[in-house]
Design a protein around this ligand. Structure first.
Ligand SMILES: Cc1ncc(COP(=O)(O)O)c(C=O)c1O
Length: 456
């Protein structure tokens, strides 16, 4: 058989677009156990509202909002229509030295959602690019301010900032770092904020742990503030299993960054656009960072888009020198892609018109009660963490090794319960679309309970 025919996976007619592919080899899947997947594919072909559908038409409840990104659920008509219209009107235009109206409109809309003087938006295409963009802006900022010795970047253990070299340097997930050489020079890390002994089964933000922000003082004592450019943290660390910030922690971090003239970057790629019941976690916690990274929910995940919102003083520091000279040598071909901008505007309209962020806020106590009351007493459950519409359930690993039971949960959920979940080792993570109903919350939590029991 020719290579071409072996790789021809679906036909052109409508019926075939939901057919099961006949060859899975070519796609090297990201963050996936490829061989296990290809032996037993968890395939979805369509999505609407709270549900995915397999190629055979079996519904699979979306317990993860895709990858924490489809906040308003799937297949939302106003967003779909806006993308279709935009593709016909202006499919692409560069944003290097040229502009298109929707890029400016969307930047203004996003800036107006962000607190304080987070007024200027730099667009990119993903959370990983947002991390590298913010870190580069931080370094360049100190340069243009005449403090070029401030180059050190501080991240946090268990943090996730995507997969670019900047992001994995400040990130704190061991397998994401250990295969990739020496990373960027001169980075350091704050300790993570999780301690099961002190925090187990806290609803929302744990009481214990604000003092861990003081570890920044230790790093300043070690390296000297004159060498430190920025601290980057997720307000709530998502990828390592939902670690809500201890009460007062983020305020303390802000104070210490101010004291030592260090920029504070919040990575809100997950927490932005309603996940914690506010446009941004920054608002929930009453802390304004110097830069705020977003992606995912900005377009309800319909098109790739990310960005960095910078405070006025950061942006203005660059607006110097001859006016014909580029102020920041950074950008992507697809920064502010017209389709993404159209999707973003339609998404923000929909969030506003349906009160999606307020809805998430109102649902949080219902969600928390459902998760704790259904899952806490299952034998072998070691901890439950929850904040906003997120929850993580830690359970005892199987005798066969760490992560085996977690992996079994993904299969069990998909094939036996019709549910999509995320796992981090032996932790199940659920983060549904913010349009979930109270009845669906009950169903989701019961499904998760059965999955955890079945894999014990
Ligand atoms: C906090 C955070 N930052 C960055 C990223 C990376 O985003 P992307 O996968 O769009 O590059 C993620 C992805 O989950 C994330 O959770």
């Amino acid at each position: 058989m020719s290579k071409t025919s072996a790789l021809r996976v679906v036909g052109a007619d409508d019926a075939a677009t939901t057919a099961i592919p006949n060859d899975l080899a070519a796609f090297w899947m990201p963050f996936t156990a490829n061989r296990a997947f290809k032996a037993r594919p968890r395939m979805v072909a369509r999505a609407k509202g709270m549900y995915y559908y397999t190629p055979e038409g079996r519904p699979v409840m979306d317990g993860t909002a895709g990858l924490w990104c489809s906040n308003a659920g799937h297949g939302r008509e106003p967003i779909v229509e806006a993308i279709q219209k935009q593709a016909a009107e202006l499919d692409f235009s560069p944003t290097f030295q040229y502009g298109h109206p929707k890029a400016f409109e969307l930047a203004s809309r996003i800036a107006s959602l962000a607190p304080g003087d987070l007024d200027h938006v730099f667009f990119c295409n993903s959370g990983s690019e947002a991390a590298d963009t913010a870190l580069k802006i931080a370094l360049a900022y100190w340069n243009v301010r005449g403090k070029g010795s401030k180059t050190r970047l501080i991240g946090r253990e268990r943090g996730y900032h995507g997969v670019g070299f900047g992001g994995i340097t400040v990130g704190g997930i061991v397998p994401n770092r250990k295969f990739f050489g020496s990373l960027l020079a001169g980075a350091d890390h704050l300790p993570h904020t999780y301690n099961r002994e002190k925090q187990a089964f806290s609803k929302g933000e744990p009481e214990w742990g604000a003092h861990l922000a003081d570890e920044l003082e230790r790093l300043v004592a070690l390296h000297d503030a004159s060498t430190i450019a920025a601290v980057i943290v997720e307000p709530m660390a998502g990828s390592t299993g939902v670690l809500p910030p201890p009460q007062g922690y983020l305020k303390r971090l802000r104070e210490l960054c101010d004291k030592h003239d260090i920029l504070l970057i919040f990575d809100e790629v997950i927490t932005g656009f309603g996940r914690l019941g506010a446009p941004f976690a920054s608002e929930r916690y009453g802390v304004v960072p110097d830069m705020l990274n977003f992606a995912k929910g900005v377009t309800n995940a319909t098109t790739p888009m990310g960005g960095v919102i910078a405070r006025k003083h950061i942006h203005d520091a660059f607006m110097n020198g001859p006016e014909h000279v580029v102020e920041l040598f950074h950008g992507y071909t697809y920064s502010a892609h017209p389709l993404a901008c159209a999707a973003g505007l339609a998404t923000l309209d929909l969030y506003r018109d349906e009160g999606v962020f307020d809805r998430a806020k109102a649902l949080e106590p219902v969600w928390a009660d459902a998760v704790f009351s259904h899952l806490k007493d299952i034998p072998g459950v070691l901890d439950i963490r929850q904040v906003g519409l997120t929850a993580a359930i830690d359970f005892e690993p199987s005798k066969d090794g760490v992560g085996k039971r977690g992996f079994a949960c993904i299969d069990q959920a998909f094939f036996d319960e019709g549910l999509m979940i995320r796992t981090a080792g032996d932790t199940v993570v659920v983060t549904p679309p913010l349009i979930i109903s109270e009845t669906e919350i009950g169903e989701l939590v019961e499904k998760v309970g059965r999955v955890i029991r079945a894999t014990a």
